[in-house]
Design a protein around this ligand. Structure first.
Ligand SMILES: [Zn+2]
Length: 391
């Protein structure tokens, strides 16, 4: 089955930056592509027409959340996610365990917060050889997700790129975890039935180089149409880059790779530099809602008192609607007054900034000037890392 066509247009070693084109059933992505998250079938604060207008081509949805609410059958009955959320571009779904495992650092509901406050276990109740058992953050109900069910759910949602089901090791030995990952990868491949979706395998292997390289080799030998480099969340930026490098070095060059980055833009550069084609930017929209805006001079906290009478745009070189129309002073006021428009304008700016960054990254890779671009990009940022934002 080949639902996507991937073409690398710049020659590169397996663990070096590359530019390319990924053709999906819902449009062609120029890679590297920076993708934004739409966990509940929406990028918070922006509608699909605005997203398209500012150059967004691909969104990442959350199978866990959408599977629980409104449910795969409801979305399938409405023609799938593209139709449900009126999104004409490419969609990527996870296997349904991301929010349960890698997303554990983020509270996703009051039940989880209360559970943790009581010192009780997280949402994943149990992982056995057959399935992962978890509780819903909505009503506490218990669910069991097998690789087969994960694929069925993702087929109901209908994203263009879907992911094989996998869960990182908990208390098992590394070898046993690796065996289970391979078994679940094969079960995911066997379970798929739609030819118009590309199935991506997941590389894990913890933080040990031999295990990670082995995982990449094993997954790379299976007939996936692309790969997700997992197990990065919760690691330091330095470790994340190392894990990405070890993984990408052993993956087939002719298939696309996807990885998640936090809101720290250094991680976006790191991922692209070692050969990731699709970078899921977890932080850009969340930062915006907290009033943290990307600028050429580093992240700007728009809620800071110093901006109360700053009549410049957020970034004077930005072409987004927020910067073209409004001042820092106005955005500061909107955040201060907790007006809804604050979140919209801030999100619009950060997403536009990332679209613009993606174009520059592509051009720099094709011109062979990525190292110079990185140096120039961060040269105006504060040298003290404490003044920049991290998750
Ligand atoms: Zn702007």
């Amino acid at each position: 089955m080949t639902a996507v066509h991937f073409e690398v247009s710049a020659n590169a070693a397996p663990d070096q930056a590359r530019a390319g084109r990924l053709t999906t059933p819902h449009g062609t992505l120029q890679t590297p592509t920076l993708c934004h998250i739409a966990p509940q079938a929406t990028v918070k604060g922006l509608d699909p027409a605005e997203l398209r207008h500012i150059g967004v081509d691909a969104l990442v949805t959350d199978t866990y959340r959408l599977g629980l609410r409104p449910g795969g059958e409801t979305i399938a009955a409405l023609g799938g996610l593209h139709s449900f959320m009126s999104w004409p571009g490419a969609l990527i779904s996870d296997d349904g365990t991301w929010a349960l495992t890698e997303g554990l650092a983020v509270d996703i509901g009051p039940l989880d917060t209360r559970r943790r406050a009581r010192g009780q276990e997280g949402r994943v109740v149990r992982v056995d050889d057959d399935a992962v058992t978890f509780t819903s953050h909505i009503d506490g109900s218990t669910h069991r997700l097998t690789p087969e069910l994960s694929i069925r759910l993702q087929e109901q949602l209908g994203a263009d790129l879907i992911q094989a089901c996998d869960v990182p090791p908990a208390k098992r030995t590394d070898e046993a975890a690796a065996e289970r990952s391979t078994a679940w990868a094969r079960r995911s491949l066997d379970a798929r039935s739609r030819a118009d979706q590309a199935l991506f395998g997941v590389v894990r292997g913890g933080t040990l180089r031999p295990l990670r390289e082995r995982s990449a080799e094993v997954m790379g030998a299976l007939p996936f149409e692309g790969y997700v480099v997992g197990g990065l969340m919760g690691q330091t930026s330095q470790t994340r880059r190392q894990l990405l490098e070890w993984s990408c070095a052993r993956l087939p060059t002719e298939r696309p790779r996807l990885a998640h980055a936090t809101g720290d833009l250094r991680e976006v550069f790191d991922a692209v530099e070692v050969g990731v084609d699709l970078v899921v930017c977890m932080g850009a929209t969340a930062y915006a809602r907290r009033g943290v805006l990307y600028t050429r001079s580093g992240p700007l906290d728009i809620t800071g008192d110093a901006l109360r009478e700053d009549f410049a745009p957020v970034d004077d070189s930005c072409g987004c609607g927020s910067c073209q129309t409004f001042t820092r002073s106005y955005l500061h006021h909107l955040f201060d007054a907790r007006e809804l428009l604050a979140y919209r304008l801030a999100t619009l700016h950060n997403v536009f900034f990332m679209s613009d960054l993606a174009h520059h990254l592509s051009a720099a890779i094709l011109n062979g000037t990525l190292p110079e671009m990185r140096e120039a990009f961060f040269s105006r940022w504060p040298s003290d890392p404490e003044t920049t934002v991290s998750d």
